[in-house]
Design a protein around this ligand. Structure first.
Ligand code: NAG
Length: 745
């Protein structure tokens, strides 16, 4: 009889193996007085499938206090007879969430004594499981208070105090430029579990300024400040006693005559400052544009920006006043910043005169961005007066899309011919034409020219510009990066250019020839360049009709022992599977390629199959491979898995815009589990993936906690709400992983 009972009890026990309790590993942190949710849920053994917990009994207890009951939910009811008194009326479970297996506990008005370990026990008739989660409570202390503690004839000591923190906060003194001050040791006191901190700083009288005292604790921060005026108020005025009688009489007179006036003035000033302060912190661009600011308000804006370390590092005019008036009013801020972004601000020649005077006086500018303003040649002419000044230390000048012509080129050439510090000049998207390049080349050949980067994208250039630039490359020059994309150079242009590229004086590392109407012929010319030029590291041939025959030629150059090319872009070059065979032979021989872009070519699975043979070679050092929009299917994934599983160097793989489907992603996920997989970025946008594919990725990454993945692009797929849980799980498990998807988090 007994034996039968045991069997009846054991049978359902075997079924119960299908459940488990899941809680987060990291402690839950809450601020004293607020509500926290201690997460706990019942899931299937895979850790994902939700189980219905409506008919289960739930016990939350303090496992660090000999399992004292915090909250109990038994037979569909809250049963709090054994509850510890300190939790009375503050606990609940989410009843509507139980059917989704969510057995979390809500705890309101939390206090320091709530800190500790909580266990979540869930039981059904045949099964039970229990796990613990830690709660940490933080208490935010008082606003720091600053007082003048003592002084002598040379120094003043200030004391900052803040009370009532838990855990212990840090206290830091700073001056108005937000530079840390050296101060005495922080004194910490513990009163009834809470920490009070105070710290003294001593400054010279000559250094008196507005000082800040900042108290920080994890994500919380409180800040106090004392103005120079408030400090002076505490110091005795030596002349005070001598002139006291006269002073009092004068003061009385002044008070009676001017009291009303002063009061009104002060109110007006306070109101003005309050308003401009609210404009400054409002959202979006042009926040000061439509307000007619008074001189006092402009002073306040200038003062605020000049005191912001961040603005001085990179000042963006568009955020405040995108206009000539903005440049006029904020020229001191521009002069004090290292990088000034004045792009797309509707600026005209007028601003150029102001900027010239900024560059002529002492300034910190190294990088000036004037893109997308209609400056015209007359503007550049004015600017050039500043560029030639001995005070100008500008290294980067961006003049993209500024309605410039050949005339600007003559002006800039004269700048390059005089002593100057320019290293990076962007003239793209201006109608310079060949005649313009001819003029600027006179500057490029000057011994004073240190230009390393020159962008001439979409400047209406032809073959003629190429022969001019070749003559520059043949003379002593410092060019490292040349962008000639989107000009009708044609094969004849590349032929001319190659004469310069092969010169011993040429130090070019990056050459961009995107969309230049090139064909196979250019490739045969470039082969001879790759065979002789050792400096070239990055070649961009995107959007040229090179075809397989072109790549065949090119690959001969890539195999040369002199070729040090690391980055090659052949995006949208009308290539097929055949090109892949040639590229494989490159990857299999000694080569330096690290980044290969083959996107938007009709490679098909058969092409990827070939390429993958190269990827497995011991000579292949490829880190980045783009195969976006190459008409690939699930089959390519099977091939790529075998690459990820063997020793390989891939860090960034782009498979977006291919018809991979869930089945493909599932296969790929198998590769992510491998110890050889070093992938940091995986792009799968627009691959028709749904919730299922997403789940496969999640479980693969969960199985490989040492995965290096930090970027996962899942945009434009069919991951609806059902995939949300998967993605948020991933985000929880891998805090450094950024997942892009169409869902909002
Ligand atoms: C449970 O439900 C509550 C209330 O909707 C929610 O705040 C909490 O995040 C859920 N917890 C889990 C583990 O799903």
């Amino acid at each position: 009889m007994q034996c039968v009972w045991v069997m009846v009890l054991l049978l359902p026990a075997a079924l119960s193996e299908k459940f488990k309790v899941v809680v987060p590993d990291a402690p839950v942190v809450g601020v004293s007085g607020s509500v926290v949710v201690l997460p706990c849920s019942v899931r299937g053994l895979d850790g994902q499938t939700s189980m219905n917990a409506e008919d289960m009994n739930i016990t939350w207890s303090r496992s660090d206090l000999t399992d004292s009951v915090v909250h109990q939910y038994v037979n569909h009811n809250d049963l709090n007879t054994d509850q510890i008194p300190q939790y009375r009326g503050r606990t609940s479970v989410f009843k509507e969430e139980l059917q989704r297996g969510n057995t979390s506990l809500s705890l309101s008005n939390i206090r320091l004594t709530d800190e500790g370990q909580y266990s979540c026990t869930v039981e059904s008739r045949y099964w039970n499981d229990k796990l613990s989660v830690n709660l940490r409570v933080e208490v935010i202390g008082s606003q720091p208070v600053i007082t003048v503690d003592s002084y002598d004839s040379e120094t003043v000591s200030l004391l900052c105090k803040s009370e009532g923190w838990y855990p212990e906060p840090a206290l830091q003194w700073m001056n108005s430029r937000r530079v840390n001050l050296t101060a005495e040791e922080t004194e910490t006191q513990r009163v009834a579990d809470l920490y009070s901190v105070k710290r003294r700083v001593t400054v010279k009288r000559s250094d008196i300024d507005t000082f800040f005292c900042i108290v920080t604790q994890r994500d919380h921060k409180k800040e106090g400040h004392i103005t120079a005026a408030a400090i002076y108020d505490h110091l005795p005025n030596p002349g005070r006693t001598a002139g006291i009688v006269v002073g009092v009489i004068l003061l009385l007179v002044l008070l009676t005559v001017g009291a009303v006036y002063l009061y009104k003035e002060r109110r007006k000033r306070e109101e003005e400052i309050r308003k401009v302060r609210s404009y400054l912190i409002s959202d979006g661009d042009g926040r000061l544009l439509h307000h007619n600011l008074s001189p006092r308000q402009w002073d306040y804006v200038e003062f605020t920006l000049l005191n912001s370390e961040q603005e001085l590092k990179e000042f963006r005019l568009k955020r405040y006043v995108p206009s000539d008036r903005g440049v006029q009013k904020l020229q001191k801020v521009i002069a004090s910043s290292t990088k000034a972004l004045l792009n797309d601000c509707a600026l005209t020649e007028e601003s150029c005169s102001v900027l010239a005077s900024v560059l002529r006086s002492v300034n910190s500018l190294k990088d000036l961005n004037l893109n997308k303003n209609k400056l015209q040649d007359s503007g550049v002419k004015k600017l050039s007066e500043g560029l030639k000044s001995e005070h100008c230390k500008l290294e980067t000048l961006r003049l993209e899309r500024c309605s410039l012509t050949e005339e600007s080129c003559s002006v800039l050439a004269s700048v390059l011919r005089s002593v100057n510090s320019l290293k990076d000049l962007n003239l793209s998207k201006n109608n310079l034409q060949d005649s313009g390049v001819k003029k600027i080349s006179e500057g490029l050949k000057s011994k004073h020219c240190r230009l390393e980067t020159l962008s001439l994208e979409r400047c209406s250039l032809t073959e003629e510009s190429c022969s001019v630039l070749a003559s520059v490359l043949r003379s002593v020059n410092s060019l490292k990066d040349l962008n000639l994309s989107e000009n009708e150079l044609q094969d004849s242009g590349v032929k001319e250019l190659s004469e310069g590229l092969k010169s011993e004086h040429c130090k070019l590392e990056i050459l961009r020839l995107e969309s230049c109407s090139l064909t196979e012929e250019s490739c045969s010319v470039l082969v001879s360049v790759l065979r002789s030029v050792k400096s070239l590291k990055d070649l961009n041939l995107t959007e040229n009709n090179l075809q397989d025959s072109g790549v065949k030629e090119l690959s001969e150059g890539l195999k040369s022992e002199h070729c040090k090319l690391e980055t090659l872009s052949l995006e949208s070059c009308s290539l097929t599977e055949e090109s892949c065979s040639d590229l494989v032979s490159v990857l299999r021989s000694v080569n330096s390629l690290k980044d290969l872009n083959l996107s938007k070519n009709n490679l098909l699975d058969s092409g990827v199959k070939k390429i993958s043979e190269g990827l497995k070679s011991e000579h292949c050092k490829l880190e980045t491979l783009s195969l976006k929009g190459c008409n690939l299917t699930e089959e390519s994934c099977s091939v790529l898995v075998s690459v990820l599983r063997s020793v390989n160097s891939l860090k960034d793989l782009n498979l977006s815009k291919n018809n991979l489907l869930n089945s493909g992603v599932k296969k790929l996920s198998e590769g992510l589990k491998s110890e050889h997989c070093k992938l940091e970025t995986l792009r799968l946008s627009n691959c028709r993936i749904t919730y299922t594919g997403c789940a496969a990725l999640t479980s693969a990454l969960t199985e490989n906690p040492s995965s290096a993945l930090t970027q996962l692009d899942l945009n434009h797929n069919q991951i609806t709400e059902s995939g949300r849980e998967n993605i948020s799980q991933l985000k929880q498990k891998f805090p450094y992983l950024t997942v892009n998807s169409d869902l909002q988090f």
